[in-house]
Design a protein around this ligand. Structure first.
Ligand code: WT7
Length: 622
């Protein structure tokens, strides 16, 4: 099935001829990106567009800039200064709006607050905040003074926060006392207290009072506590933006991989801003009056690139809703689109499938005519969900940008542009300046319509710099499986028209509701319970969540299996990672399939679970 965009969409869009521009862009990607970079502001121009010393790419070498300069400072002397930068709607329906000028004031105050605590260029700041304006102000405030933020999703547990704070060697943690989550109140500060027990690097903790009702007593410890509002009240609204090398680290973002601990993905100021700026502009056809709503959270890369930084670099309004898609009711998203006249709406397949279950009536009641484009990200979107979104939310008038990318890529990599003819379920083709391919395990291209490994052949500007403190893992995970190219960890195929169909991860990463979890990380959570001897975890297809977590657990000798024990293990995992990692099924078993060297063969478990052929088991021990 091919769905062609309406002529008005093609007419209005930046890209009218994808094929031609794509061809030009990859003939000389450096020239292509250099031209785009010139649209942004640099304190000093670069002397080299790309320095590619496999496996490290450094973009705009010699150039000096700061993401925050392009996101805020440069607008202040223009009309954009008085335009709304951020609309934030709280769970109870009240809103707060910040113009570019006001946001800049808040960011400067917070940045000065950080400085007053001794935070300097290169220092690490962990941000553990729910979806409130301070989350964004804190991020911008860090970058403004050249500090490096590490945002940790507020749904992560104390244990997960602890290892992220420790790995980053953070000097400051920014958090909230508590926050509303549907009908519940999350006592977030308790997690922070627990995570910081015995911590050696954190000197200051800044606490946002999100709920007046939860008062906390600052415990007496070896670090200092500050209320956010008290800290910023004393600060000036003038704060100069630090001049950064294009290749300096802007932030670290932890994400799950195939082995136990999460990886700190590092992104730079220079290339990253160029990549995210252009991708949003072309893919969502950004115009000055756009109100862009990405339903993600700044705890994930989508929130970094496309809730915060790129919308501001593009000078538009970004929209944020504090609550969940079903609170206070399942119409909330459509009500908000109608009320705030959202023009571009970017969400995840899992959310679409969840809302689909409630039927189309809830959507139909609302006037969604402000919408001009839709987007999807996080996991493959099944054609049924695509069509439902297209028919009911897009009223068959506006196309869906199914954007494939990763924490590591920083920006959209395989994605449609609005003028493209779309096939529901396909992410279209690579973005300009991006060269991708589907190959076999030797790196040779596979035939049309054959599944293989997705690779990226050349560096792109928003490419991550490294894995924090772990260059060996950087090389091994991404650059050694197939030499000379970036190994994405996804499988895909290309059809006869050159369209990409992403089929999912080919490593031990599980995508639960679009959230990335590692099998090994989950297994170590299970064995942290003293009753468990061994565990193996697989992802299973799930109607709404995309994938669900199934665990096979061997209990220690003498431990009696029971349903209560299953419930206990669910809690163990939630405590060690967070509610997003809640296992759906647990089977108690006596044995697990292993290789002779003792590695669990998850692929065998998965094949058996799904009733598929188990494939090559010659290395199986038993
Ligand atoms: C993994 C990266 C990129 C922002 C959110 C996720 C999967 C992402 C798509 C898509 C099929 C997708 C891939 C990828 N993925 N977008 N449009 N179609 N799969 O970032 O947590 O780093 O996860 O998400 O498997 O490798 P992330």
């Amino acid at each position: 099935m091919l769905i062609n965009p309406k002529p008005v969409i093609v007419e209005n869009s930046y890209i009218k001829d994808y094929e031609k521009l794509y061809k030009d862009s990859i003939e000389n990607p450096e020239a292509f990106w250099e031209n785009i970079a010139k649209e942004l502001n640099w304190f000093k121009p670069w002397n080299k567009v790309l320095d590619w010393q496999y496996p490290y790419a450094r973009w705009f070498v010699g150039g000096q800039t700061n993401i925050v300069y392009n996101a805020l400072d440069r607008w202040l002397k223009t009309d954009v200064a008085d335009k709304t930068a951020l609309i934030w709607v709280s769970q109870d329906g009240t809103d707060k709006k910040y113009t570019y000028k006001q946001l800049n004031d808040e960011v400067s105050r917070f940045a000065n607050g950080l400085k007053s605590l001794g935070v300097r260029k290169g220092d690490k700041v962990t941000i553990y905040l729910p979806r409130i304006p301070e989350q964004f102000i804190a991020m911008l405030g860090c970058l403004k003074i050249g500090a490096v933020h590490s945002v940790v999703y507020s749904g992560f547990s104390a244990a997960a926060l602890k290892n992220r704070v420790e790995d980053a060697q953070a000097k400051v943690v920014v958090c909230s006392n508590s926050y509303p989550y549907g009908k519940k109140t999350v006592e977030s500060f308790k997690n922070v207290e627990e995570a910081l027990k015995d911590n050696k690097t954190v000197e200051n903790v800044i606490v946002v009072k999100r709920l007046e009702t939860t008062n906390i007593v600052f415990p007496a410890t070896n670090f200092k506590f500050h209320w956010w509002h008290e800290l910023v009240a004393k600060q000036d609204i003038i704060c100069s933006t630090e001049i950064m090398e294009a290749t300096d680290t802007a932030f670290i973002l932890y994400t799950s991989g195939t082995t136990g601990t999460p990886k700190g993905i590092i992104h730079a100021h220079g290339g990253y801003q160029v990549g995210i700026y252009l991708t949003l502009k072309y893919v969502f056809d950004i115009r000055p009056d756009d109100i862009f709503w990405s339903t993600a959270d700044a705890g994930w890369i989508t929130g970094h690139s496309y809730i915060l930084y790129s919308p501001l670099i593009n000078g538009i309004t970004t929209f944020v809703y504090e609550g969940t898609p079903d609170y206070p009711d399942i119409e909330i998203w459509w009500k908000l689109i109608e009320k705030y006249k959202v023009t571009k709406f970017y969400t995840a397949p899992t959310a679409i499938r969840a809302l689909m279950k409630f039927g189309e009536e809830a959507v139909k009641k609302h006037d969604l005519s402000s919408l001009k484009l839709l987007g999807s990200v996080g996991e493959p979107i099944n054609p049924e969900a695509w069509l439902w979104f297209y028919k009911n939310v897009g009223r068959e008038q506006i196309p869906i940008m199914d954007t494939w990318w990763q924490t590591e890529t920083g920006m959209f990599m395989i994605t449609p542009v609005p003028s493209a003819g779309l096939k529901p379920g396909s992410a279209f083709k690579p973005f300009f300046g991006v060269e991708t391919a589907i190959v076999d395990d030797k790196g040779n291209p596979v035939p049309v319509n054959t599944q293989g490994y997705l690779i990226i052949k050349k560096p792109w500007p928003a490419m991550f710099l490294d894995v924090y403190n772990n260059p060996a893992r950087y090389k091994e995970t991404y650059f050694e499986k197939i030499p000379n190219v970036y190994f994405a960890g996804d499988s895909a195929k290309i059809d006869e028209d050159g369209y990409y169909w992403i089929t999912g991860r080919n490593d031990d990463v599980i995508k639960v509701s679009g959230h990335r979890l590692g099998s090994a990380e989950l297994e170590s959570a299970f064995v942290s319970n003293p009753k468990v001897a061994e565990a193996a975890v697989i992802g299973k297809p799930h109607e709404v969540k995309g994938e669900s977590i199934k665990a096979f657990v061997i209990l220690k000798v003498g431990v009696v299996p029971s349903d209560e024990l299953k419930a206990e293990l669910v809690q163990t995992v939630r405590k060690s990672i967070g509610p997003i990692a809640t296992p759906d099924e647990i089977d108690f078993v006596d044995k697990l399939p292993k290789t002779r060297s003792g590695k669990i063969m998850r692929r065998v478990l998965k094949a058996k679970e799904l009733g598929q052929p188990v494939g090559d088991v010659s290395t199986l021990e038993d």
